[in-house]
Design a protein around this ligand. Sequence first.
Ligand code: LER
Ligand code: MN
Length: 270
Amino acid sequence: MSRSSVTIALVPEIKQGPWIYWHNLETSIQKAAALGYDGVELFTASADAVDVSVLRTYLEEYSMRISAVGTGAGKVIQGLTLTDPNPEIRQKAMDFIADMVAFGAQFQAPAIIGSMQGNAGSDRAESLAYLAQDLRELGALALSLGVFLIYEPLNRYETNLFNRLEDAAQFLEDEGIQGVGLLADLFHMNIEESDIAESIRRNASWIRHVHFADSNRRPIGNGHTEMNSVAEALRDIGYDGFVSAEAFPWPDSEAAATQTMTAFNQYFKK
Ligand code: LER
Ligand code: MN
């Protein structure tokens, strides 16, 4: 059975985005635990932004897990991506993500590559070669630390690399890349997939994390995604990873966290 998770945004400079809880690590973990979440997904400025021993204390105190760690701050704050034309920037992006992989691995949590993938330039083949090389290296690092790396297909307004699960899976397979799984973000999939449930079934073996948000990126139940068939697909493939609320804190964090847990119980506690 899948496990529930909720996001916590901890990057001081970032004040808006699809994260449920904001700014305070302990209070957010405490609130998530009180609502019955199994884990929290962290969005931090860097791998050393959170004190590992302090985090460990909170997780033990509230019996919580880290579901995943996001790497997007490397792009949003520092302008780094894996496909930048400048080799120095690409190297910094690699180092940033490698540190995040190591940070997350201490909690058995995978790091997610979302916006850090960047965009293909005019020479798409060259950009894909950079991406393949980097995913190969970071996937091997993740495996050596006992975790997977998670690659996230994003919608077309955020990347032109891979927008659908199937295209990303084909790329990873063609390149023979090990240690990298896919993230099924239901918001991006609502924009890009012709049938979300069908895509989940076809790419079942690749899915290692799920971002749980409705069609408008509000918490599930506030948009028009047909969740019954999506949840049925996840149940049918035996998905037992985290279903993590990466959604806007709409109408506010507390209501969004509560609504997401109600939806999680409705669709996955069967
Ligand atoms: C990250 O998980 C994601 O979904 C992106 O849209 C963030 O920009
Ligand atoms: Mn996402």
